[in-house]
Write a protein that binds this ligand. Structure first.
Ligand code: NAP
Length: 283
């Protein structure tokens, strides 16, 4: 049974990358942290970190695509803790492929995890936060929630949708003392490049978009491997700082690349901005 003064946090997709680092950082900061993941076989790494550092961190099964799994996990936490302070909606993956090459099944699967997964978990947590009249929801979007690159239209669409959801519910929830925070990382060195999926048709060399898809895939691999790409701890730091802030902003970007792209998007006419993207990603 949790003690009333221990703040409780849940992070989705904690098996690697940003989710893992965020769960560890929240636990280090004293939050009783539930590091959730769909596949508990991947929990060895985070369990070792928690044991070694004696952290208040507990691993729990949660697949954001599965109503039952989400409900079970939230019920377990609320029954044990009787409070729920912070939800970090982080689970996600990328889908490469032109809009013509992606099947509806592939596109829907992308939304099921990156967007409906957030809705599903948030809906389970909100009644608790609303009744206690406090809580913080952190949605891990992306610089890709503000700009679109070629052959990633499904991924961008999920993140644009997440931005719209977050902006909108921030208004609904404010009067109940619930804060909504959007995190927009640039390129972060995580497992996402391996966990991302290429649409089946996009892998066919006969696809008219094959070379463009390959080019983007290679660009991302190179950006991830570059010494300038950030460690996921940098995102975790921003999340912790936002969560601990008295008056958090709605949006936080992470990384010089994210700042530069969002600034350019804001300050340049569409035609100039599109030229920059074309020069860097699609010519
Ligand atoms: N890395 C970047 O450059 C970058 C930039 C901007 C935004 N982001 C966003 O950051 C978030 C985390 O990504 P990451 O870079 O840390 O990648 P990652 O290392 O691949 O981590 C993604 C996490 O999401 C989990 N996940 C995927 N599907 C899930 C599901 N159905 N239910 C529960 N968990 C699921 C993965 O679990 P499994 O291990 O089981 O697959 C993994 O734990 C994503 O939302 C991503 O869009 C990343």
């Amino acid at each position: 049974m949790g003690m009333q003064n221990e703040k409780v946090a849940l992070v989705t997709g904690s098996s690697s990358g940003i989710g893992l680092e965020t769960a560890v950082m929240l636990a280090n900061a004293g939050f009783k942290t539930y590091a959730s993941m769909r596949n508990l076989d991947k929990s060895k790494n985070i369990r070792e970190i928690a044991d070694k550092n004696n952290l208040p961190l507990y691993v729990i099964q949660l697949d954001v695509r599965d109503d039952g799994s989400v409900k079970d996990a939230i019920t377990k936490i609320v029954t044990a803790e009787k409070r729920f302070d912070v939800l970090v909606n982080n689970a996600g993956y990328g889908l490469f492929g032109s809009v013509e090459d992606m099947s509806m099944v592939e596109i829907k699967a992308q939304f099921e995890t990156n967007f409906f997964g957030v809705v599903r978990v948030t809906q389970q947590v909100l009644p608790v936060m609303r009744n206690q009249r406090y809580g913080t929801i952190v949605n891990v979007s992306s610089v890709g929630g503000r700009i679109g690159l070629p052959v990633l239209s499904a991924y961008h669409s999920t993140k644009f949708a997440l931005e719209g959801l977050s902006e909108s519910i921030a208004f609904e929830l404010e009067s109940f003392g619930i804060r909504v925070i959007i995190i927009e990382p640039g390129v972060i060195r995580t497992n996402i490049i391996n966990s991302s999926i290429s649409a089946k048709k996009a892998q066919d060399p006969k696809s008219p978009y094959f070379s463009l898809t390959q080019k983007l895939d290679n660009s991302f691999k190179m950006m991830m491997a570059s010494p300038t790409s950030l460690h996921p701890q940098e995102v975790a730091k921003v999340i912790l700082q936002a969560v601990l802030s008295e008056n958090p902003h709605l949006r936080y970007t992470v990384g010089g690349d994210a700042d530069a792209l969002i600034d350019a998007r804001k300050n340049l006419p569409d035609v100039e901005f599109r030229n920059i993207i074309k020069k860097n990603f699609s010519s």
